[in-house]
Design a protein around this ligand. Sequence first.
Ligand code: SF4
Length: 319
Amino acid sequence: MYANSPPAHFNERRYFAWNDWVKRTHGGRIQKVSLDAGFTCPNRDGKLGRGGCSFCNNAAFTPSYLAGTRELHAQLATGIAFMQHRYTGTTRYLAYFQAYSNTYADLAELKALYAQALSHPGISGLAIGTRPDCLPDAVLDHLAELARDHMIELEIGIESCDDNVLAECRRGHDFACSVDAIERAASRGLQITAHMLFGLPGETRASVQTGARKLGALPLAAIKFHQLQIVRGTRLAMEWKRQPGSIALLSLDEYLDWIVDTLEYLPDSVRVQRLGSDVPPTQRVLPERGDRQLDLPAQLSARLSARGTWQGRLHGASS
Ligand code: SF4
């Protein structure tokens, strides 16, 4: 039993855009101010591995305004000033613990860092990006406590729902680990954003469609989609250098179809927060690829329309 048409809250986009949700529930705009709080991750410090996931180079998406200081208030002040200039109509700023795995430290250290960010007068909440295997119950309990008074968004790097793909990119955890973390976080009332990366070696349209059914069953509040880009300084870049063309990158059409395939199985309540990566051209091995951010929402709506579908149309279909 599926819906016959897109729900009204999609505003004719055929998917539930995060910005529309923000406008409706908070008024104005919410911007995330990226932070580098000095974390590392277990896939880099030797606990699970060294060298990181095959696609990862955090420097590629760390804003330049973070260079030079680790002091959180200084980073927040610079980031807010930058965003006030660029995005008018912003009503709230979230401190975005973005670089590396931002729950990978002792609880006391985490509490101090989160409290420091929340004490900045311009900040009304936190967005915290992390791996699913860095979310012990004690950390989730603390985040749930913070969420009583602040907007707290927990962004969990799932990347792929296929264990072979996760192993191939040396992720160091499987999909079951993501399911477990998401369920434990959601049981505490936390808002969870899934971070997905499409186009990793070994991923296929069929594996994405299988994964979509699994994602659709999870208690997600939001989702972010990214297309694989080969970023300088990564294992994939080394592989590309050894054998140019050895990694098949998704065309725009393929990428949009994979997003559509996924959205069809997600509930219509899941906010679509991001539609693509925007690694600076100088950081990419193929600089001509990837500069499509502004066009993606319209292109996705057009693709959903051309396929006669919308987010949630198949939600609840058995696998
Ligand atoms: S993607 Fe995340 S988990 Fe993987 S190496 Fe980079 S920081 Fe670590």
